[in-house]
Design a protein around this ligand. Structure first.
Ligand SMILES: NC(=O)c1ccc[n+]([C@@H]2O[C@H](COP(=O)([O-])OP(=O)(O)OC[C@H]3O[C@@H](n4cnc5c(N)ncnc54)[C@H](O)[C@@H]3O)[C@@H](O)[C@H]2O)c1
Length: 446
């Protein structure tokens, strides 16, 4: 779907108006195409701490070229800074020392990743310094521009071996619309730090089975496509009314389908039975199906309230419990919820929807501590994603929604799908209990 404002700002007259009126000028974001290298330039590595020494080797295993010193005149496509060694607030000046001289030497759509130790796992001055990293990365994300992104990754002591898939995602164009996020790796005590094996980095889901609800269109369709690209056999679920769309997509992807309403009483059992009998289990469960039934609370009828809570929240919980109770989810499996920025910031006319989407975040928290066998649960929280649904929003509201983020544009369904695929990767088995916003660092609910 085209972004007419973005096309206008790229035109000769648009460029003049943007410059003279100080209008937002969205950069055309680079996105990943199958077969591309993860990073098209060099990543500069710096900092001091537990990871600094191993980072060049780790990047090498991902096929990413790195250096610890940029040659004269050279530019960097990415920066990775190990801040785990910063143990007092005074030592935060290492951030300025590293970043300030290189920020003007970044290529467009560059990637910045700062690695820290989870503050809650540290004490005293170290805790203060590590917590400070969040303000640093979120601010840099808002000022860096040119389609570049900035993230903070907290890696618990002993979880260093679980970083590769996250670095691969955050340094590549797969994370085009993800910025200003904080990711936690290996933070749940008592969980094994074993990482799922991946034989082929370009097809991490080869031999795996992925269930995607609401798969026939919009974001769900893209999730199905990206998981298929990554090697999974996709089992799509959607309502009977969309059976023919669902079937033709799943046939195209050599997948399988199940037409049912996820809120039906027997839906969890039917899904569990189908996955067990036909596929011997499931590796990835994506709870994407969702609906809105907007009304201000003063006018909210029971039907609107109940249907939104049932589809967005009650059904994902019931299906997850059934799959876990029946032992249908395989080792290193991944359960993924689709929340929304509305569940973080709230929205007029969406008390039902925002409650359901904040509930999805609670759903992640409620399960994250207790999952066994390396199974993870995480959620994505999309911001303004350009779909047929958002195209129907009135022009002025849509313009405000699209521009109010550090990228000055809406995201695409594929941006949500790539984030889901990163969680689904068996090598992400230490990425548990996270909610990552796919919102171009939206100003709302920051
Ligand atoms: N588009 C956005 O900007 C945006 C932003 C934040 C969150 N989200 C979330 O992303 C998800 C996908 O959104 P989308 O924009 O692609 O919406 P969409 O309406 O295009 O697709 C939703 C799909 O879910 C299916 N579905 C709905 N109720 C179902 C039920 N009871 N049983 C089975 N399937 C059912 C629909 O038939 C449809 O195929 C939703 O959870 C939505 O809340 C979207």
């Amino acid at each position: 779907m085209s972004d007419r404002y973005q096309e206008f700002t790229a035109s000769p007259i648009g460029k003049v108006l943007v410059k003279n009126l100080g209008l937002p000028s969205p950069t055309r974001l680079e996105r990943y195409t199958a077969g591309d290298p993860l990073v098209t330039g060099t990543v500069l590595v710096g900092g001091r701490g537990r990871l600094a020494e191993s980072l060049p080797g780790l990047l090498d295993t991902l096929g990413v070229a790195s250096t610890v010193q940029l040659e004269d005149g050279a530019k960097a496509k990415g920066l990775v800074f190990d801040a785990t060694g910063l143990s007092t607030p005074a030592e935060l000046n290492a951030l300025r020392d590293f970043f300030t001289p290189v920020l003007r030497r970044l290529e467009g759509c560059a990637r910045v990743v700062v690695i820290g130790t989870p503050p809650e796992k540290t004490k005293g001055s170290e805790r203060i310094a590590q917590r400070a990293l969040e303000g640093f990365t979120r601010s840099l994300g808002k000022e860096i521009g040119k389609g570049s992104t900035v993230q903070l990754v907290y890696v618990a002591d002993g979880a260093e071996g679980g970083l590769a898939s996250t670095l691969g995602f955050l340094l590549s164009p797969k994370s085009a619309y993800v910025s200003g996020q904080v990711v936690r790796i290996g933070c749940h005590t008592g969980r094994s730090k074993k990482v799922g094996a991946v034989a082929d980095l370009t097809r991490p889901l080869a031999g795996k089975v992925a269930l995607v609800t609401g798969a026939s269109r919009g974001i769900g369709e893209q999730i199905a496509r990206v998981l298929h690209r990554d090697g999974a056999t996709v089992v799509g679920v959607d309502v009977p009314q969309l059976a023919s769309d669902l079937q033709s997509l799943m046939k195209e992807l050599d997948g399988d389908w199940l037409t049912l309403d996820i809120t039906a009483k027997d839906a969890p059992q039917r899904i569990a039975h189908h996955l067990k009998e036909k596929h011997g289990g499931v590796d990835v469960v994506v709870h994407n199906a969702g609906i809105t039934r907007d009304k201000k609370l003063a006018n909210m009828d029971e039907g609107r309230w109940d249907s939104v809570i049932a589809v967005n929240l009650t059904a994902p919980e019931a299906i997850t419990r059934e799959l876990l109770d029946q032992g249908v989810v395989n080792e290193f499996g991944s359960i993924i919820g689709v929340a929304s920025i509305a569940g973080i910031a709230g929205n007029v006319g969406q008390t039902n929807y925002a409650a359901s989407k904040a509930g999805v975040i609670g759903f992640v928290d409620a399960f994250a501590d207790d999952l066994k066998d390396g199974i993870t649960i995480n959620a994505v929280a999309p911001g303004f994603i350009v779909t047929a649904m958002t195209a129907a929003v009135p022009f002025a509201t849509r313009e405000v929604g699209q521009r109010l983020n550090a990228m000055s544009q809406g995201g695409l369904p594929v941006d949500v799908a790539e984030t889901v695929a990163w969680y689904a990767d068996p090598a992400s088995s230490l990425v548990n209990g996270n909610v990552v916003r796919v919102c171009g660092q939206m100003m709302l609910g920051a």
